[in-house]
Design a protein around this ligand. Structure first.
Ligand code: NAI
Ligand code: MG
Ligand code: ZN
Length: 277
């Protein structure tokens, strides 16, 4: 199957092609979507911070135009990446926008060298920012994170963070620390967040998660021992939920929901879900 979205290193000094326009408010979009003719955009007086070559969508060149602040463009508006994830069934377009958002975050956070403070510029042959003075490279930032469904027979251990939508409970997640394996991270995070011990976690699958730059590594683990003790800052509530009486769950497009739906399908003999993206 050929994918409609293919990342590629394109030189922004080239003219033509299409562009997605991004700022802190999200992406510019109109009735035709998120791709605008680049030469047309260049004639508008946009507060352009930087440009990046992104890749090909349906075979056409796509660039990123990063703006310093949102502007009014007649007939168009700004939409956040989460809205595209929730309400857009075009997964290839969401993959392109997720990539664009991650490149945008990384490039705008690496305008100056963290080592010597001089300006950085785009590397000619790699997706990297390079310091003009000391030569140091910075590659796009990806943060490995584990996400795990802990189960005890017909019960799922689900928790809610204060950041979640009201009533929603999810699987446990957390960032991998330097020097640790993902499996060690799973055991540590589960212990930190809810105080229980688990049997050896089993890797299931992964999902790129551009909020802002996580790579979610999904696991299943069986409960081993301990009572739930919640970590006060991270976890607002946690508990064991019967597969026959579940609370509100995360969105279908998340790996959290996939891990839950996969377990339910296997336990109840239903058709297994598809991992989105
Ligand atoms: N796709 C999905 O289904 C889900 C994705 N996630 C994602 O998983 C990631 C980790 O989950 P959390 O429970 O929030 O993590 P966590 O349990 O490690 O704690 C979050 C805290 O870690 C710190 N932190 C932020 N960025 C960090 C980094 N790059 N490295 C180390 N520490 C950092 C901050 O203090 C933050 O408040 C987040 O990006 C979150 O959006 C979480 C749940 C579901
Ligand atoms: Mg967490
Ligand atoms: Zn430098």
């Amino acid at each position: 199957m050929s994918l409609r979205w293919q990342p590629a290193l394109l030189d922004p000094a080239m003219g033509g092609g299409w562009a997605v326009v991004h700022c802190q408010q999200g992406f510019l979009c109109d009735a035709n979507g998120v791709l605008f003719p680049r030469d047309w955009l260049k004639r508008l007086d946009l507060p352009l911070l930087s440009e990046q070559g992104l890749g090909f969508f349906d075979g056409d060149q796509v660039f990123l135009m990063e703006l310093a602040h949102p502007v009014e463009v007649p007939g168009a508006g700004w939409q956040g990446l989460r809205q595209f994830m929730m309400h857009d069934d075009d997964t290839e377009r969401f993959r392109m926008l997720g990539f664009a958002a991650q490149i945008s975050t990384w490039a705008s956070h690496h305008r100056f060298c963290g080592s010597c403070g001089n300006p950085m510029r785009q590397h000619a042959t790699e997706r990297a920012m390079q310091c003009e003075s000391c030569g140091i490279h910075h590659y796009p930032r990806i943060s490995p994170s584990m996400i795990v469904l802990v189960t005890r027979g017909d019960e799922l251990l689900l928790a809610r963070s204060p950041r979640f939508a009201p009533g929603v409970y999810s699987t446990l997640a957390g960032f991998v620390e330097p020097g640790e394996s993902v499996e060690q991270c799973v055991r540590r995070e589960v212990h930190e967040e809810v105080g229980v011990s688990i049997h050896e976690p089993q890797y299931i699958c992964s999902q790129g998660w551009p909020f802002p730059h996580s790579l979610m590594l999904g696991f299943h683990a069986e409960y081993a021992s301990g009572e739930i003790v919640m970590q006060p800052e991270e976890i607002e509530d946690a508990g064991w939920f019967s597969i026959h009486d579940l609370p509100a769950l995360p969105a279908h497009k998340s790996i959290a929901r996939y891990l839950i739906d996969l377990y339910l399908a296997r336990r109840l003999g239903r058709t297994e879900p598809m991992l989105p993206g």
